[in-house]
Design a protein around this ligand. Structure first.
Ligand SMILES: [Zn+2]
Length: 189
């Protein structure tokens, strides 16, 4: 599998994340028998699953700071800072005016008014340049890649909640998981 890299692309609608090169996945099929064909279909289905997950992650990463309760109702994907392993916002991906400049008291008022979807980056979320987000080595090819934190509540019941936290990189055409843990509550860090 060839190496891939997350890049920021400037487009008319604003900056977005993409994987480069996007079209590196090639598979040579030698289709002779019916079972060759069904194996090839299975492989392609796996690839499709993998790539729609990657597309989803790339689309959600720039929006992570908007969630007031990250991971509670849907997967939260975010970049993280170098030492503090919590989510950060990437400066190049922010819309104009997204950085909150008011006082703490003004933020609390803002929070009450915008509980479900912030349009200002919460003061507790550091804003970093893309080149400064935390990176780890891809376990397959060993190149440095930006680390993505995936946090989600997987079970919500009276018997107990379940939360899952994964750190991953996207490289070599796939989601490469670096660590994964589960807990009965939101996992700090
Ligand atoms: Zn790799």
């Amino acid at each position: 599998m060839p190496k891939t890299r997350i890049v920021i692309i400037e487009e008319e609608g604003g900056p977005r994340l993409a994987l480069e090169p996007w079209t590196t996945i090639e598979k040579k099929f030698n289709l002779i028998t019916a079972s060759d064909v069904s194996l090839a279909i299975k492989d392609l289905e796996l690839l499709q699953e993998q790539w729609s997950e990657i597309e989803q992650i790339l689309a959600m990463l720039p929006q992570s700071w908007r969630a007031s309760d990250p991971g509670k109702y849907q997967s939260d994907y975010s970049f993280i800072g170098p030492r503090l392993l919590n989510r950060v916002a990437v400066k190049e991906l922010l819309p104009d005016g997204a950085i909150f400049t008011g006082t703490e008291k003004e933020w609390r008022e803002y929070q009450r008014e915008h509980w479900h979807n912030y349009d200002k980056v919460p003061p507790g979320i550091p804003v970093l340049n893309f080149m400064n987000v935390y990176q780890e080595l891809c376990p397959i090819c060993g190149t440095l890649q930006p680390v993505i934190r995936h946090h989600v509540q997987t079970e919500d019941s009276y018997d107990g909640d379940e939360w899952m936290l994964r750190y991953l990189v996207i490289c070599c055409g796939a989601v490469q998981v670096i660590t994964r843990k589960e807990a009965g509550a939101r996992i700090p860090g």
